[in-house]
Write a new protein. Sequence first.
Length: 461
Amino acid sequence: MKNFKIIILLIIASLVTSCSKDDVPKNTNVPNVLAVTTDTPADITNTQAKLGGNVVSDGGSIVTRRGICISLTINPTIDDPNNDDVIEMGTGIGAFSDTFTGLPSNTTGHIRAFATNATGTVYGENKTFTTLGGCPIVNVTAGITTPTTWTTGNVYVINTQVNVTETLTIQPGVVIKLGNAGKIEIRNGGKIIADGENGNHIVFTSLKDDSVCGDTNGDGNATTPQKGDWLNLYINGGTNHQFEFCDFLYAGANDGGYRCAVQIAVGGTSFSFNVCVFAHTASSTGFTSQFAFYGGANMKDPAVSVFTNNTFYDNNIPIYVNGTYSLNPNNSYFNPANPAQKNAKNCIWVFPDGGNNITVNYNETEVAYVMDGYLQKSTGSMNIGPGAIMKFPQGNTYGLNVINLSLDVTAFLTSIKDDARGGDTNGDGTATAPAANDWYGYYNRNTSAWASGANILYAQN
């Protein structure tokens, strides 16, 4: 019996000896030093990508800093701020990631994850990613002196005044980006044919506008487009210019007192604008010529100056036309994607020219007309149609002195302060209210008397 017990004890001792510390299985997946891996970039577009990494071990010391380094060159670090961007993304062990926007389009970048503890900083492996293509850039620095075509797929960059003295054809989908001094002027002999397509507009916009053709100026999200980022399209000559499905955005830098997206000179009245958008044109205190589309005294005849199916929003005053111009009522004055977004002074501004033997029709009902002076008309006729509203600024230099005026019973002649009819046309909210004697009145040349009635309001006479 005694010998049996000794044998058992010897067996137990042998088992204990065979299970020494060196024989315990190890978890080889848990390193005993600080370690981080770099995620493969994902969800890549032309301006953004999902980037991150994973701290798989803190090496026995708390990770106080982790994140990613991005560069255009291989193996970025946290120690080269002139060439590498460092983005911190928390502390501790574990995975981390985020989606980063404002990246330059069509660009290959390098990324490494990093982690820092008391012993120092370590990096994951270098990984590359390429953002999707923006548009190939064509810098326009000289005038158009020979027949030229700007082709689909490109972005044309203008940082100075470009004069067009020959035919420039702009294909559908072309993007034109303009810097602070950017301006296109059509002169005698010049012509622009810019026929976009539904769903494939031609866009004239700011160099800072990354929403079309990506980050053309290569500054990521450091800048965003603003009103007045470029000057204007100045039609100063030529004939039969065509603009269809074109967008004019962020124009209106100060051009000799004018803040416009498009300006028409006396020699540039032969044109067609159809299904175009005019938005985000700059305005400024003290400027009188703040119209997204400045036709002014020169835009007289709708048979020569064709303007149809266009849209205005987020401008100061949408359009300025001659008193002889019958503006098509199919234009609109709000953002189709956000109907509440209109224009600061949502109206049609009218230059006080009566013309000779001309019949002019005022049939727009979405916004009011504003007569910018005392219009005298001794020939022809003027028809203010159903629901149309004509307003007059304050003073005895604003009114009508006309023959053969047809004023519909549902139309109104009233003060620019009359917000109850045609909305807040002077853009001052409730700061002003209409009152008697606000404007001069309507003098009827047929009867040689001042006219009055239920639809002639707040006049002096």
